[in-house]
Write a protein of this length. Structure first.
Length: 433
């Protein structure tokens, strides 16, 4: 009996043994349904060619036998469609490695498939703070970055998209400054064409800003209200009167575009949820980020998690669309044994990129638009920007109180490489840390 992880490999074996049949048709789609059962979809036009059709039926029967229980019965093993595009509609689709005319149409129970990479937005650069594990100092680093950019006169828009465990906004805004609504309210009201009722009152200005401004859009308002009931609806697609469907990441993009138009920020900082999660998928892949910060603690849990994600991007053939936006951040670097710790981090981060997203060419060489950085190249996406653990931030109750009396020197010593790295990437000069 095969299990889920063997499906693609088994299909490759079946198709390879009947390569002449596969090559004789225009396209072939391997449909993997919501329950993980497979059947093949082939062009409708085959019905006019009895000989070829018989061979394709045999192929489908072989696949069905071999993949059981991950296949439909032989009698239901084959479907027909007018085009490959139609056959893949609504699925997370990708080319099956090693075959020029075979696609996998993966039907997922969630919208976030981590493989739909939206190209960089044209407005203010968007920076996403993501980590595979939680509690690594992501939100704190985001707040310090907002502070540093505001110090040099920038207008910073901060979005708390850690919807399932919100907190950034309450640490950036004292209670009396919390707006009435948040992102969750907007997403729910948008479904009933009532978003304009909350749009005016879902942002606040942080008192931390001196020369510039920090606008904070929280996950929820001062009174979270029926938060659980609202959260369970934010993922809903919106179906317009003419039947067109907008999925929730697209709705979120519409919100961010509207906020951007209203507040005209120089930079947008996005606090994502940690882990392989539905909201995180939207933040990392679908908001048009210029820079995606991947916070990492040295250790197996981190690298296993990132490997899963990077391998998914490689398998879906989207490595090229995302790899230039990625940057590893070495989070909470320890006070003792820091050099060894950082060198382990560097090695593992390099292996991760080299195994999955870098091209198979010698490191450091540039061949066309292929790329593969050297392990020691400090400008490479795998080369960690370090962020030090510092006792004054450990177990902090109020980030707002802490940042209120922080100075540039302290920010520089803890968050310097991160903030300067972001500033460089965004082309912001004269950053004061
Ligand atoms: N540089 C630092 N040095 C020491 N402690 C820190 C540092 N940055 C953050 N912390 C502490 O670590 C804890 C987690 O920080 P933070 O909430 O910023 O992490 P996070 O990655 O956003 O977590 P979550 O996944 O829960 O959102 C907090 O108690 C915070 O005060
Ligand atoms: Mg956080």
């Amino acid at each position: 009996m095969i299990t889920f992880d063997q499906i693609l490999n088994e299909i490759k074996i079946c198709l390879a043994t009947q390569a002449d049949v596969v090559q004789s048709i225009d396209w072939l789609v391997v449909n993997r349904d919501l329950n993980g059962r497979v059947r093949l979809i082939v062009p409708e036009s085959l019905s006019g060619d009895a000989t070829k059709l018989e061979k394709v039926r045999c192929l489908a029967a072989v696949v069905s036998e071999r993949l059981r229980p991950h296949a439909h019965s032989t009698a239901a093993a084959l479907l027909y469609d007018e085009s490959q595009e139609e056959a893949c509609k609504g699925a997370s689709a990708f080319a099956l490695e090693g075959f020029g005319n075979v696609w996998v149409a993966d039907r997922l129970a969630t919208e976030g498939d981590w493989a739909h990479i939206v190209s960089e937005s044209s407005g203010a650069p968007r920076v996403v703070f993501f980590s595979i594990k939680g509690g690594v100092g992501r939100s704190t680093a985001l707040a310090a970055t907002a502070w540093a950019f505001a110090q040099v006169g920038k207008r910073v828009l901060v979005l708390d998209l850690d919807l399932e465990s919100p907190g950034l906004s309450s640490s950036l805004l004292p209670k009396e400054r919390q707006p009435q609504y948040g992102i969750t309210d907007w997403l729910v009201e948008d479904l009933v064409e009532n978003a304009s009722s909350v749009f005016q009152d879902m942002r606040a200005t942080s008192a931390l800003s001196h020369d510039g401004e920090i606008f904070v859009v929280p996950a929820h308002g001062a009174q979270p209200g029926e938060y659980v009931a609202k959260l369970a609806r934010v993922w809903m697609p919106k179906i317009a009167a003419d039947g067109t469907r907008q999925n929730w990441p697209a709705r979120l993009r519409r919100l961010i575009d509207a906020l951007e138009k209203r507040m005209e920020p120089d930079v947008i900082l996005i606090d994502s949820r940690a882990g392989i999660d539905e909201v995180a998928s939207a933040c990392v892949t679908e908001l048009g980020a210029k820079l995606i910060l991947l916070f990492a603690l040295e250790g197996r849990q981190t690298w296993t998690g990132y490997h899963i994600l990077f391998e998914h991007w490689r398998r879906h053939g989207v490595a090229n669309n995302i790899r230039e936006s990625l940057q590893i951040v070495g989070a909470l670097l320890p006070e003792t044994g820091r050099d060894d710790y950082v060198s382990g981090l560097q090695d593992n981060a390099y292996d991760l990129f080299a195994d999955t997203l870098y091209d198979s060419i010698p490191a450091g060489e540039i061949i066309g638009d292929h790329f593969h950085f050297e392990a020691a190249d400090a400008a490479a996406p795998h080369y960690p920007w370090g962020l030090k653990w510092h006792r004054s931030f450990a177990g902090l109750r109020s980030l707002h109180g802490r940042l209120n009396d922080i100075d540039a020197e302290e920010v520089s010593s803890i968050f310097g490489p991160l903030i300067r790295g972001i500033a460089n990437t965004l082309g912001v000069e004269k950053i004061d840390v």
